[in-house]
Ligand binder design. Structure first.
Ligand code: GA4
Length: 335
């Protein structure tokens, strides 16, 4: 719920009514990728929540820690240095403004284009070579993880070949559209009306096939439960796990069997020294612009497609004209 009276600095950022305490999601499905039945487990989690965590993922802790340390260093650098990497239009350093249509959140971020398996060479931001190297190393690991997850989705759904979905994002022959984002959510020090929290990143679904998120262990991520009227629950942080979100494109490809997850981040508040900033790193796996997105015939089993076909380029263009919370799939639903 949006509340009106608030400090001027928060004028354009929505406040959320805070229940005491936020309800915690106790049953986040945790998939052990090397365990038996992992593919079925992945599909069940994607059907029920559009969301799961991955443990025993094989991504070396050093790769993650290096990037976290470099990200913390970047966000702690002087504002003028960070601004030199901005504005995010759409790529680069951004603060509070998200997208082009008036969405605001209590965060700063670096939004970056990935070419194949590395940060785009055409991107001047970030200028630190240590941060660029850490991102490149991390992105290679995320591409591997995205591939494994999408292969398991295909296997669990009985889609062949097993690489049909994974190739859209990590295939070698076409340039897929991958994006990488580092977010920093400092605690909001401003006085807030009672029982209110500040929106860090407003509710939305991700447009791509999958996104893989990792955070530093500070709370804030919430997801809306599919089977419970979209009730919001907090996801307990786990700095050693990756969280996978089903995106809109995977929802369409599976004719709605897997559903994209609405999620948001609530900023911490207060000025005590014990308050932790949240730092998250998210890989978004999108296909090449020309990729056709439509329900896979193999998954229709005689029923009609729920969505009309579009290209990823079309969807992306429409997404960039939308507000964060919009239902971006609605215009593509078959009547
Ligand atoms: C949501 C998922 C990714 O963070 C993102 C976001 C993008 C942006 O920040 O520029 C968008 C948002 C996201 C969907 C709707 C549009 C575009 C902000 C916004 C209001 C990078 C993406 O791909 O789509």
């Amino acid at each position: 719920m949006v509340v009106l009276a608030k400090p001027a600095a928060l004028e354009q950022i929505s406040l959320l009514r805070t229940p005491e305490p936020w309800e915690t999601m106790s049953g986040v499905p945790a998939v052990d990728l090397s365990g038996p039945g992992a593919a079925d487990h992945v599909v069940r989690a994607c059907e029920r929540f559009g969301f799961f965590s991955v443990v025993n993922h094989g991504v070396p802790a050093g790769v993650v820690d290096r990037l976290e340390a470099e990200a913390v260093r970047f966000f702690a650098s002087p504002q003028a240095d960070k601004d030199a990497s901005g504005p995010a239009d759409p790529f680069g350093y951004g603060s509070k403004r998200i997208g082009r249509n008036g969405d605001m959140g209590w965060l700063e971020y670096l939004l970056l284009a990935i070419d194949r398996d590395a940060l785009s060479k055409a991107s001047p931001a970030p200028s630190s070579s240590a941060l660029r190297e850490a991102i490149n190393e991390y992105v290679v690991a995320m591409r591997g993880l995205a591939r494994t997850v999408l292969e398991m989705v295909a296997e669990g759904l009985g889609v062949s070949p097993r690489g049909a979905l994974a190739d859209m994002v990590t295939g070698e022959d076409a340039a897929s559209d991958q994006v990488f984002r580092l977010n920093h959510y400092p605690p909001c020090p401003l006085p807030l009306p009672p029982s209110c929290s500040v929106t860090g990143f407003g509710e939305h679904t991700d447009p791509q096939l999958v996104s893989i998120l990792r955070s530093n262990g500070a709370a804030g991520l919430q997801v809306a439960l599919h089977d419970d009227d979209g009730r919001w629950v907090s996801v307990p942080p786990n700095r050693n796990a990756f969280f996978v979100n089903v995106g809109d494109s995977l929802q369409v490809l599976t004719n709605g069997r897997l559903k994209s997850v609405r999620h948001r981040v609530v900023a911490g508040s207060g000025s005590g020294s014990g308050l932790k900033s949240r730092v998250s790193m998210i890989y978004f796996g999108g296909p090449p612009l020309a990729q056709r997105i439509a329900p896979l015939p193999q998954l229709l089993h005689g029923s009609s497609p729920l969505y009309r076909e579009f290209t990823w380029g079309e969807y992306k263009k429409a997404a960039y004209r939308s507000r964060l919370a919009d239902n971006r799939l609605a215009p593509f639903e078959e009547p």
